[in-house]
Design a protein around this ligand. Structure first.
Ligand SMILES: [Zn+2]
Length: 216
């Protein structure tokens, strides 16, 4: 895997990186990879969570593939393909999610500021208004105050939703940094460093949080 990473010079974003991962891993020396019953055997494994069941399924189909070879295929080719596909899905969700959440966050923040300013202006006018108008004005200020609370509640909800993603990125960031420290190859180190930078940018996490770690 580090060798595969080192081959690629630079990825523009996380999505581009995951797109470089193969959806279906195929080894020229693996019998099951090259069998026409591959998909059906993998489905049998998926159904039973048992590599031996996939082996028996293939045997019934008249395929001469050993139990050990079927297990090796499940672990080295099928499961890795799944990890790649999960990563691809995650990257695509993350891209959509961060777009949406940033938009909403900006929108709510803008509304809160705008309404707050409006309430203050109305408040300042109050003293000079005749009583009936002053009453209406005060009612309006109260309504604006309620709406500000609604937007602030939405903002808080967004921040709570963001937590799992932050924790995920934090963990991934830590794992990659350990890998970087272990990597012998400078090119690999560079690719991993780019990946961390991209990850941080992708989810727009407060950079300061990561800067400290980078310098440490
Ligand atoms: Zn295989």
């Amino acid at each position: 895997m580090p060798n595969d990473l080192a081959k690629q010079e630079k990825y523009n974003d996380l999505e581009e990186f995951v797109q470089s991962l193969s959806e279906t891993m195929t080894s020229p020396t693996c019998k099951l990879c090259n069998s026409s019953n591959r998909k059906a055997a993998e489905a049998e494994y998926e159904r039973t969570s048992n590599a031996s069941a996939a082996y028996r399924f293939l045997k019934d189909k008249g395929e001469d593939i050993s139990n050990a070879a079927v297990s090796a295929h499940i672990n080295n080719h099928y499961k890795k393909s799944q990890v790649h596909n999960n990563l691809k899905e995650f990257a695509s969700d993350l891209a959509k999610w961060s777009q949406l959440s940033n938009d909403d966050e900006l929108l709510y923040t803008r509304f809160v500021k705008m309404l707050n300013m409006e309430a203050n202006l109305l408040q300042a006018e109050n003293a000079s208004l005749p009583l009936p108008e002053r009453r209406r004005n005060t009612e309006l200020i109260l309504k604006i105050g309620q709406q500000i609370t609604v937007f602030k509640t939405e903002l808080k909800k967004l921040q709570v939703e963001k937590r799992p993603v932050e924790i995920f990125v934090d963990t991934l960031n830590r794992i990659i940094r350990v890998k970087m420290a272990d990597a012998q190859n400078q090119e690999t180190k560079k690719v991993l460093a780019d990946l961390v930078d991209q990850l941080v940018r992708e989810v727009e996490i407060i950079p300061d949080k990561f800067k400290d770690k980078e310098e440490a």
